[in-house]
Ligand binder design. Structure first.
Ligand code: SF4
Length: 120
C-alpha cells in the first residue's frame, strides 16, 4: 500500500510537502512528490504533509485534506496574545464533581478525533 496519494490535477509541484516532512521521506521529482524507499517505516504519522499542502493535493491513508482544519487568519494569535496565553496558562487543576456538559464534551471529542486519526 502507498503511504500517500497525490491528486495530480491539484498538485502544482511546489515541493512544500517534501520540505516540511520532519522525517525527510518525501522526494520531489518532475512528476511530483514520491515516497523514498521504505518511507512507510519512517513515517511518524504527523499529517504535516497533508496540512501544509496549499492545493489540498496530498492525502495519507489515514488523513485527507478535508479532515484538516482550514486556518482562519482572523483567529491567528498575534505576539502579545501568544505571550499572554503562555504566561497566564496554568496546569494545576481542581476537578469539580460536576459532569461536563454534553455539547462541550462532543466538541472536545471531535477535535481529538483528528489527533487519534493521525496517531493510529
Ligand atoms: S505524515 Fe509526517 S512523517 Fe509522514 S510523510 Fe507526512 S509529513 Fe512526513
Amino acid at each position: 500500500m502507498n503511504l500517500f496519494t497525490i491528486d495530480n490535477e491539484k498538485c502544482d509541484k511546489d515541493g512544500i510537502c517534501a520540505i516540511e516532512c520532519p522525517a525527510h521521506i518525501i522526494e520531489m521529482t518532475k512528476e511530483g512528490p514520491v515516497p523514498i524507499k521504505d518511507a512507510q517505516q519512517f513515517c511518524i504519522r504527523c499529517g504535516h504533509c497533508v496540512a501544509v499542502c496549499p492545493k489540498a493535493a496530498f492525502s495519507l491513508e489515514f488523513l485527507s485534506p478535508d479532515q484538516c482544519m482550514p486556518i482562519e487568519k482572523d483567529l491567528v494569535l498575534n505576539a502579545n496574545q501568544v505571550a499572554h496565553f503562555l504566561k497566564s496558562r496554568r496546569s494545576v487543576r481542581r476537578y469539580k464533581k460536576k459532569p461536563v456538559p454534553e455539547d462541550i464534551f462532543e466538541k472536545v471529542l471531535a477535535i481529538s478525533k483528528i489527533k487519534v486519526l493521525q496517531s493510529s
